[in-house]
Design a protein around this ligand. Structure first.
Ligand SMILES: Cc1ncc(COP(=O)(O)O)c(C=O)c1O
Length: 356
């Protein structure tokens, strides 16, 4: 039997993340390697009753709280919850992308932008990094044309870890306004980098900002993202959204994090201390490393990056992200956690890379 399958879906070849990662020390996907404090988790779990689980999710209570948590004049009308930023990316590209028209991103960048472009039939226009890991903002501006419907900026970018200045963002916004395009600012790594472009999402007519609870907030398993923009753009994404795409457990955990800001402060401090410790140790041992603005660093091992990554996985049950092409070739990306988490990684890394 021949059934109809959308051509873009048929052509797609997806590679999904490895399974069975619970058995490993995880420094490969920019999660918190250790997670939230156990007492905090235990206390939240006590609130989950049979009645709680029987009721469809209600995001409004969380959203009202999150609006005042963000401050800066953010209102409920500026916000929409999603099932992780992953879903936010799909929603925004689907709402504001036009088949055959351009979505401009830097490259390399987070792969779900180009995956969604392919699935939705949008034309991905990648603007390559320079050899010195910088972006030439004029190249980015020149890539924005009458055909552009969306420009994506990750601030900081994953994987390269660079950030944009207000001046650069304002130039991008100005150009997109001339051609009638949306600007997506993905702030998945906010809190590791404390500057934000939130005000542009509130004040401009064409700017959408994405946040996630998967990174600093350490809730990757729960799947919670938030889209922040002006009420008009939020309204159109709401028309598209699935009615119950965000689950109550994610909303409950996120609410309790907001109720306990000291937990968030501790997470920020722990990662900052861990990163400082790791960079100092690497420098003492004569390693080239790049302090990215997110919760990750790039290290150039003395031996082949893929080999080192494979040996860490097999011999030490430690996962890192190796790169084999482009400007990141020969490097591994390592997610940062507490000093203790970094000690575990560094002991294994120095032993394996010092070997041979
Ligand atoms: C820049 C960026 N955006 C979005 C995501 C997806 O996050 P989520 O877990 O909220 O889907 C990631 C995950 O690594 C990311 O690096």
């Amino acid at each position: 039997m021949k059934v109809y399958i959308d051509e873009n879906i048929k052509k797609m070849e997806r590679i999904f993340p490895m399974q069975g990662r619970y058995d490993y020390k995880r420094y490969d996907m920019n999660e918190n390697p250790e997670g939230l404090p156990k007492t905090f988790v235990d206390n939240v779990l006590k609130e989950i009753t049979p009645e709680f689980l029987s009721i469809y999710p209600e995001p409004d209570k969380f959203l009202i709280k999150y609006a005042s948590f963000l401050g800066e004049g953010v209102k409920y009308e500026n916000l929409l919850t999603t099932n992780g930023s992953d879903t936010a990316i799909r929603y925004v590209l689907q709402t504001f992308g036009e088949k055959g028209k351009d979505v401009v991103t830097v490259a390399p960048s987070f792969e779900m932008y180009w995956v969604n472009c392919m699935l939705l039939g949008l034309n991905h226009v990648p603007v390559q990094y320079e050899e010195d890991w910088t972006i030439d903002i004029n190249k980015l501006l020149n890539a924005i044309t009458e055909n552009t419907r969306i420009v994506v900026l990750l601030n900081p970018n994953n994987p390269v870890g660079n950030v944009y200045t207000e001046d650069e963002l304002e130039k991008v916004i100005e150009k997109t306004k001339k051609v009638g395009a949306i600007v997506i600012i993905d702030e998945a790594y906010h809190y590791f980098y404390d500057k934000t472009f939130l005000k542009y999402a509130l004040e401009e007519e064409n700017v959408i900002l994405l946040r996630t609870f998967s990174k600093l907030m350490s809730l990757a398993a729960c799947r919670l993202g938030v889209i922040i923009s002006n009420p008009d753009l939020i309204h159109y994404v709401k028309n598209l959204r699935l009615t119950f795409d965000v689950n109550s457990i994610a909303l409950l955990f996120a609410e309790r994090l907001i109720d306990n800001p000291e937990v968030i402060e501790d997470l920020i401090k722990s990662e900052k201390d861990g990163k400082k410790y790791m960079l100092e140790e690497l420098e003492k041992n004569d390693y080239w490393c790049r302090d990215c603005k997110g919760n990750f660093v790039f290290i150039k091992p003395k031996h082949d990056a893929k080999d080192i990554s494979d040996r860490l996985e097999k011999e030490k049950k430690i996962l890192v992200h190796p790169y084999s092409k482009g400007i990141l070739k020969d490097y591994i990306r390592v997610s940062v956690g507490s000093v203790d988490a970094m000690k575990i990684f560094l002991d294994a890394f120095f032993e394996i890379d010092g070997d041979k």
